[in-house]
Design a protein around this ligand. Structure first.
Ligand SMILES: *Cc1c(COP(=O)(O)O)cnc(C)c1O
Length: 420
């Protein structure tokens, strides 16, 4: 589908008067619309809840918007727990899906009354050491082998560090029940950024059958199945987008085929979506600083890989629109780069775009998840601002840009002083 930005050139100019580029911009109306579509798609399930994966977009204003739409938080670290807590998201509105978990993090999650999702059977001892075990515990599953849909291998769980085997799950459940745990959940994340409507239903089918087997083997009471993240977005214009309604109906069919007949029709479905909730509702807005013509044509932006690492790290495609030239013919071929001293700092390679001039404002699409949050400070590049565009067209700075003094703030400055 043709990708159109959610802002016009005029709106961008209005924001830039107050917040210089580069910045990440989020579309509140789009975020709410999409969260409601997800909720509607799973409304057949009484206990359905989305726990937004905080790592995708760790800004409390975003968490608050999602919370207003009924979402909780999926946290993996102490800091992410603090973010959720600051927004007033605690207790069973928090899923703590961590791995290689420090004791401090686990204590904080326990204090907050979060659902604890255990990455390994050895974590039962770890939990027990910290005090009485929780009444409800979630266990993360790794089926090993490969995860396929039809003839397509989606991912290789056997190579993934996460989760535990079915036997280990049964052992952990038996021990936890002896220690006082009464209810259980199951979690698995087997493929990332899937753009087929078949992933969630296939995963659900696998986890539902596992839940029935484990219930039969241990007598455990299962309260929820956590399908985790992994629903992808159409980063490329020619890619089909996932249809969340079809996905919800597909999960429902497996639920009614497997769980309902097993007497487990009251199990809640949880999700921990990050990318699907936010990616399309973020733009990285940037200004063209320079052009150069050597063996290729280069467009240099004031944003760089430190603002959006995905192209450099994964070779990921992100669509680019030049504001005000939305309908111009794409008769130029450019590499669009940032200014890091790293040749992989390219947002696009040999991309067909309209003729670009210095001062043009470009939008890099689908940066709302795993964008700002993967930022870093290489080359002394500073983290950008984040701006929330409200439904009525007004906007709010929800994180200022870093200054050099922020970058120096953690140094021991007894010997050196910086002058900004
Ligand atoms: C990263 C992550 C998610 C979110 O993944 P998306 O691909 O953004 O949907 C959910 N759960 C866990 C445990 C994760 O690590």
């Amino acid at each position: 589908m043709k990708k159109t930005p959610f802002i016009t050139l005029d709106k961008a100019k209005e924001i830039i008067q107050q917040v210089p580029t580069p910045f990440h911009l989020y579309d509140e109306a789009g975020i709410r619309r999409n969260a409601r579509a997800l909720k509607a798609a799973f409304s057949w399930n009484k206990g359905f809840k989305e726990y937004f994966a905080v790592k995708a977009t760790p800004n409390p204003y975003i968490l608050k918007v999602l919370h207003e739409e009924g979402c909780g938080c999926d946290c993996a670290t102490y800091t992410e727990l603090l973010l959720a807590e600051a927004v007033g998201i605690t207790g069973h509105e928090v899923m703590f899906s961590s791995n290689v978990t420090p004791e401090k993090d686990m204590r904080k999650a326990r204090e907050m009354g979060a659902y604890i999702n255990l990455d390994d059977a050895t974590y039962v001892d770890f939990l027990e050491k910290l005090g009485p075990v929780p009444e409800t515990v979630c266990l993360r599953y790794n089926p090993g082998g490969s995860f396929s849909l039809g003839n397509t291998i989606m991912d290789m769980p056997r190579d993934a560090k996460y989760g535990m085997t079915e036997d280990q799950m049964a052992g952990a459940i038996n021990r936890l029940m002896k220690l006082g745990t009464k209810h259980f959940g199951i979690h698995a994340f087997l493929a990332s950024n899937t753009t087929t409507n078949e992933y969630y239903p296939a995963l659900a089918g696998q986890l539902f059958r596992l839940a029935v087997r484990l219930r039969n083997a241990t007598g455990a009471d299962f309260r929820f199945i956590n399908l985790s993240g992994g629903i992808g977005v159409d980063y490329r214009p020619e890619q089909p987008a996932c249809d969340i309604g079809v996905i919800g109906a597909g999960v429902r069919a497996r639920f009614e085929e497997i769980l309902t007949p097993a007497g487990m029709g009251d199990v809640a479905i949880f999700t921990e979506l990050g990318r699907f909730m936010l990616a399309p509702y973020g733009h990285l807005v940037s200004t063209v600083l320079h052009q150069k013509h050597i063996y290729r044509e280069y467009i240099g932006l004031d944003a760089c890989a430190a603002d959006l690492m995905r192209p450099a790290m994964y070779g990921a495609y992100h669509h680019i629109t030049v504001l005000g030239k939305e309908d111009a013919i794409l008769d130029h071929v450019y590499d669009v780069t940032g200014g890091l001293c790293e040749n992989n700092d390219k947002f696009a390679i040999e991309r067909s775009l309209p003729a670009i001039s210095r001062g043009d404002i470009v939008v890099i699409h689908d940066t709302g998840a795993h964008g700002f949050s993967m930022g870093y400070n290489y080359n002394g590049k500073l983290r950008s601002a984040e701006v929330l565009l409200h439904g009525d067209g007004t906007f709010q700075l929800i994180r200022r840009a870093e200054t050099p003094m922020d970058y120096f703030a953690t140094l021991d400055c007894t010997e050196f002083s910086f002058h900004n």
